[in-house]
Design a protein. Structure first.
Length: 306
């Protein structure tokens, strides 16, 4: 259901009035790719992309540098040291942690460069990987709050559930048939914007968040899980996010995050180009082709050709 969350006992849908778009809006998304896999040794790459919209125009498109991470044996210790975080001694290092670490570093830079009162949209929820200390997010939320910068996490595919079934799908049906307070005569309807408080972080987590579900455009097929800081007026913040969710290609999802997603994607051609570079370096180091093939060939791929 959710790490460190206390869920509302009564989930009620509420109409969402539209708002004005933020004057300064940032969006962050991360990408990753597995370049080479010898099982005991893996080469991963990650990157975090940022975009900035001011007065409705995109003024920054930053793909982000591609970071290479070698995992396996002694190399994992090097990857751990490169994260710049205090992690528990038994914490594993994997793609999820590596991607999350540098995505949140990009969020930090957005907060530092944003104007007071800006919005920073983040792909996914506002809870970093569980191995990242809770104090990290608590400090970042405090810095943002001092400057009235609103962090917003938007999750494209949520694991929230109720009664063992996907919660967001249930709420989408209820919005069309039952409406606020569960009354059929007050159904919000198929073209309504709406939102519902779902959960909040427990006091022992170390930072305050609120989790809602919202449908942000009249033409949207889907609603989304959205995370906000606990001190934010949820309806007002959602109304402002809704103002940048009217893209014709995917209504209901913030189009600045769509731009960041496109920039962050580690497409197959990127993985192929990086592998060619690795292969060339291995050849230059005297590693023969038969050794490289034994180490890195995917037997599944070879067998499934026939």
């Amino acid at each position: 259901m959710g790490f460190g969350l206390a869920f509302e006992s009564d989930i009620r849908l509420r109409a969402l009035p539209p708002g004005s778009p933020p004057d300064d809006l940032w969006a962050v998304d991360g990408g990753q790719a597995l370049v080479a896999d010898a099982r005991c040794l893996q080469l991963l790459v990650t990157r975090a992309s940022r975009v900035r919209f001011r007065a409705g125009a995109c003024v920054v498109e930053e793909e982000g540098e591609i970071r290479a991470h070698l995992l396996g044996g002694d190399e994992t210790r090097s990857a751990r040291a490169g994260l710049g975080l205090t992690l528990a001694a038994d914490s594993t290092i994997d793609a999820n942690l590596l991607r999350d670490r540098w995505e949140w570093e990009a969020v930090e830079r957005c907060v530092a460069e944003a104007e007071d009162g800006a919005f920073v949209l983040i792909d996914g929820d506002l809870q970093p990987d569980w191995r990242i200390p809770s104090s990290y997010l608590a400090d970042l939320l405090e810095v943002a709050a001092r400057r009235q910068i609103t962090l917003v996490g938007v999750t494209k595919h949520s694991s929230l559930s109720r009664g063992g079934a996907p919660l967001i799908g249930q709420l989408e049906v209820e919005a069309e048939t039952r409406g606020p307070g569960g009354r059929e005569r007050d159904a919000l309807g198929p073209r309504a914007r709406w939102w519902a408080p779902i959960a909040h972080t427990r006091p022992d987590v170390g930072y305050g968040l609120q989790v809602v579900v919202a449908r942000l455009d009249p033409d949207a097929r889907f609603a989304f899980r959205i995370d906000l800081p606990a001190n934010v007026d949820a309806a007002a913040a959602l109304g402002r996010v809704a103002a940048v969710c009217d893209d014709a290609a995917f209504p209901g999802y913030p189009y600045p995050l769509g731009v960041a997603d496109r920039l962050a994607a580690c497409s197959p051609w990127i993985r192929h180009d990086l592998w060619l570079q690795v292969d060339e370096h291995l050849e230059g180091a005297g590693v023969g082709p038969e050794v490289r093939e034994r180490a890195f060939a995917d037997r599944h791929g070879l067998m499934e050709r026939y």
